[in-house]
Write a protein that binds this ligand. Structure first.
Ligand code: SF4
Length: 285
């Protein structure tokens, strides 16, 4: 695997649920075709020339060294560090990437900094070592479908959905905090599927982030896409309230819940009877 050297590593994220961020890999072999926003950005900035180059990840060989140098400067301002917004920390089929990510999480643990992980690969079972990694981290997978044909078309080299879910479920079974990012969720003209089935598959997680599909003209071509995402947001909210799951509906996905700043809704906000008998769209209006 090719290696590169960087001048800095830690930076403040602009993503709405991000705090600080580390990207210790350049490129991503998963090759998502939603499209991948990170790839679009790198192309626009001239860092890579095309999709083929993006598929060949390069490891930042001095990542740990940079981290040790930069952490003391930022430590007091950091709530948590997200990995990664512009690559995948547990890239499927890339043990070198996984090993470096584990060493970074370990270093963060030594500095009492929480890591928030998101992957379309597999979360290694070794993360259950509380001595190495602690118990405060959030471990997440992206899951926007359960259909293998869709995965082949849109996330060709990422881990199979069922294996992704199993790796997450294993960490949950060991008492670690888990979450799922259902984003970018595709419209029915891209794939016909039932969101509730996906939600049921991951009903054990502690948090769900839901967001619409951006940067894909097909999603906007779907007549009624706004209403579709309103309905999806309702389903996610209902599911999270029923199962006492923390939730975050991403900006621009639902007008109704954006307007009410419904980023974080908890079951305690509504009476149990409302949930079991009277839940209806618009409950919070
Ligand atoms: S896993 Fe993330 S970074 Fe990698 S190609 Fe897919 S969207 Fe891009």
């Amino acid at each position: 695997m090719e290696q590169i050297v960087r001048k800095s590593l830690l930076y403040r994220s602009q993503v709405e649920y991000g705090d600080y961020c580390i990207n210790h890999i350049e490129g991503c072999a998963h090759g998502c075709k939603f499209p991948c926003y990170a790839m679009l950005l790198k192309k626009r900035c001239g860092v890579i020339k095309d999709y083929q180059e993006w598929l060949k990840p390069k490891l930042v060989s001095n990542a740990l060294e940079l981290l040790k140098k930069e952490l003391p400067r930022h430590k007091n301002r950091i709530q948590y560090i997200h990995m990664c917004f512009s690559s995948d920390p547990f890239m499927y089929g890339f043990p070198q990437v996984c090993e470096l990510t584990l060493r970074i999480i370990e270093e963060l643990r030594k500095n009492e900094i929480k890591a928030v992980i998101l992957t379309k690969g597999l979360l290694p079972p070794s993360l259950i070592s509380t001595e190495r990694f602690g118990t405060e981290n959030d471990y997440g997978i992206t899951l926007v479908s359960l259909n293998d044909g869709f995965k082949q078309a849109y996330e060709p080299n990422a881990a199979p959905y069922r294996e992704r879910i199993s790796s997450l479920r294993f960490l949950h079974s060991k008492g670690l905090k888990t979450w799922v990012s259902i984003e970018p969720y595709p419209t029915p003209n891209i794939i016909k599927q039932e969101l509730r089935i996906i939600l049921d598959e991951v009903s054990f997680v502690d948090k769900i982030v839901f967001g619409k599909m951006n940067y894909n003209p097909l999603a906007l071509q779907y007549k009624g896409w706004e209403e579709f995402y309103e309905e999806c947001a309702e389903k996610v909210i209902e599911h999270c309230l029923r199962s006492n799951i923390e939730l975050h509906i991403k900006r621009g996905t639902s007008r109704r819940y954006d307007a009410r700043d419904m980023a974080h809704v908890r079951k305690k906000d509504v009476k149990a009877n409302d949930l079991t008998n009277n839940y209806r769209p618009g409950l919070f209006e």
